[in-house]
Design a protein around this ligand. Structure first.
Ligand SMILES: [Zn+2]
Length: 212
């Protein structure tokens, strides 16, 4: 039976041990052997407080709920989800809370293969507020292709843009937030990128943090 993280667990955790926990959780999910959970017991154990270990910036895609693909229970992780795992000021503020106040040891920027938002950015799609969101992915499109809207017909190109966009978001977190940068410098926090594969359910780590 799984157990929710306690204050003692959080205090003993390091970026390295949390990353190992996430890797093991995804391996269980891939193998079809997720933890046996007593959700009512987890509700009772977390009602008076939380001592989470990780935070995700991930896509709203219905196929990539981070808690499920990493086999996590209640009280283990924060999840900030936007289309295309785009970071904006409100996401940054949420992560500053997660890391500096709530004490998570790892922030994972989690992209995924065949991301519809990345495809939309590659196509130069426009729709009311979505237009501004996709514009935050366009720099990755330009990095990979040298163009702003090359089209999304080539799956390999989309995958490359997904990876480049995750790299850019990882850098943005510590470039734009002094709070997060200080925690990383003190090795109290790791910020890492990862890509979830919709077909295999596996997470590939990008190894972009100094703590890995
Ligand atoms: Zn997506």
């Amino acid at each position: 039976m799984s157990k929710v993280p306690t204050k003692i667990d959080q205090g003993a955790a390091t970026p390295r041990t949390v990353l190992a926990r996430l890797e093991a959780g995804n391996a269980r999910f891939v193998a079809g052997g997720v933890s046996d959970r007593d959700w009512a017991a987890e509700v009772a154990a977390t009602a008076s407080g939380q001592f989470p270990l990780a935070a995700f910036v991930s896509c709203i895609d219905s196929r990539v709920p981070p808690e499920i693909v990493f086999d996590l229970g209640l009280g283990e992780a924060f999840a900030a989800r936007t289309a295309g795992n785009v970071v904006d000021d409100d996401v940054l503020g949420s992560l500053e809370f997660a890391a500096a106040i709530a004490g998570v040891k790892v922030i994972v920027v989690l992209g995924h293969t065949a991301c519809g938002a990345v495809k939309g950015a590659c196509d130069g799609a426009e729709l009311e507020h979505l237009t501004g969101l996709l514009a935050k992915i366009t720099p990755a499109v330009q990095d990979v292709t040298g163009e702003t809207a090359p089209g999304s017909g080539d799956p390999e190109l989309v995958t490359k843009v997904v990876g480049r966009h995750v790299e850019r978001m990882v850098v943005e977190l510590t470039d734009r937030s002094e709070t997060l940068r200080a925690l990383v410098d003190q090795q109290r926090l790791a910020v890492v990128g990862a890509i979830y594969d919709l077909e295999s359910a596996t997470v590939t780590w990008m190894g972009s943090s100094p703590n890995r």
